[in-house]
Design a protein around this ligand. Structure first.
Ligand SMILES: [Zn+2]
Length: 339
């Protein structure tokens, strides 16, 4: 249960780093803040179904596939959660929305009412059905035949009120709330006759998906049209999250809360890798971490045991291994599989 609350997608890490390093006066600040809020609640919703999936009688035979992004023709499609069974699959689209949700399948829309605001959204039922069709076509493109499945929309916010504006039978068939997910899927699994018509085993399909996953590597600065020089530099305080800590011999001190840290530079170097580049020169270390001497910068970088490329003068440190050291999600963002 604990683990689900901690899950953060790579995009959430990037938005968080950008939000920390942008002045509240910056013209893009408000937009970054809104996007970060949305991503946080989306990630929370996605991870919150793990518990209900773990309660399914008999467990799940294969690892749960999260966020698989596959190419079909020249376009990509992404699936929130995919469960593979020997003779069928279950595709889940999670929505973590607040307020009253009016599903309107007849007009392909979802109307969300919150705090007197009426917002028209893309119909999640249509969305998950489209993903289902795309996945079926993708399977057939890879010569996988006879492997069918089911798809559902999971409403993960327990406080949301779900109503059907049209076609209640469709809403009832496709929309499920978090706590009912276990029972709905158990019922489905118990009542689906195992057929052996699939040309491939679930294990082969699992490997095929992992092999063809195309990670989305958003260049977040480019996406928001922000120049790297507009970012606030300096080491972030791990306690109060303020910028920038001052360098004392062998440690950092926060000028806001007085917190002292020996390794606050690690998070800042991770921010650099999320926002600017996965490698860094000593000169850039001085600029970004506010270190007055190249010698000290080299000492700090040496203590991290990072891979180095180039000659001593133009050496670049590879920041990818920092992620492994910190047990953060892999920056290359493979398909996330849950055992
Ligand atoms: Zn502080």
């Amino acid at each position: 249960m604990e683990k689900r609350n901690q899950y953060r997608s790579l995009l959430q890490y990037k938005l968080h780093a950008l939000h920390t390093r942008l002045s509240p006066m910056h013209e893009k600040y408000a937009q970054v803040e809104v996007d970060l809020g949305k991503k946080r609640s989306g990630d929370y919703g996605e991870a919150s179904i793990d518990y209900y999936l773990s309660q399914i009688n008999g467990g799940i035979p294969y690892p749960i596939i999260r966020g698989a992004r596959l190419q079909l023709n020249q376009y990509h499609f992404q699936m929130d959660t995919l469960l593979l069974y020997p003779s069928f699959f279950i595709l889940l689209e999670t929505k973590h929305l607040t307020g009253t949700l009016f599903f309107d399948p007849d007009f392909q829309q979802l109307i969300q009412i919150k705090k007197d605001d009426e917002i028209s959204r893309q119909d999640p039922i249509l969305q998950v059905k489209m993903q289902y069709n795309q996945f079926k076509r993708w399977l057939s493109h890879h010569q996988v035949d006879g492997y069918s499945g089911f798809c559902f929309v999971v409403i993960t916010n327990q406080n949301a009120i779900v109503k059907a504006l049209s076609n209640p039978a469709i809403v009832q068939e496709y929309v499920v709330r978090n706590p009912a997910l276990t029972f709905k899927l158990e019922h489905l699994i118990a009542n689906t006759q195992p057929s052996h018509t699939s040309s491939h085993s679930a294990h082969e399909i699992f490997s095929l998906i992992c092999e063809h996953h195309v990670p989305r590597n958003e260049n977040i600065l480019k996406e928001f049209d922000i120049n790297p020089m507009e970012l606030i530099t300096g080491v972030t305080c791990p306690k109060c999250n303020e910028l920038a800590m001052e360098r004392l011999p062998r440690r950092w001190r926060c000028v806001h809360c007085n917190h002292v840290s020996m390794e606050a530079h690690i998070q800042t170097l991770m921010d650099y890798s999320l926002l600017i580049s996965s490698s860094i020169t000593t000169k850039e270390v001085c600029r970004f971490l506010h270190i007055p001497s190249m010698h000290i910068a080299r000492q700090i970088m040496k203590s991290l045991f990072l891979e180095k490329t180039g000659s001593t003068v133009n050496a670049k440190y590879c920041l990818k291994s920092l992620w492994k050291q910190q047990n953060a999600p892999q920056i290359e963002s493979g398909v996330r599989v849950l055992p």
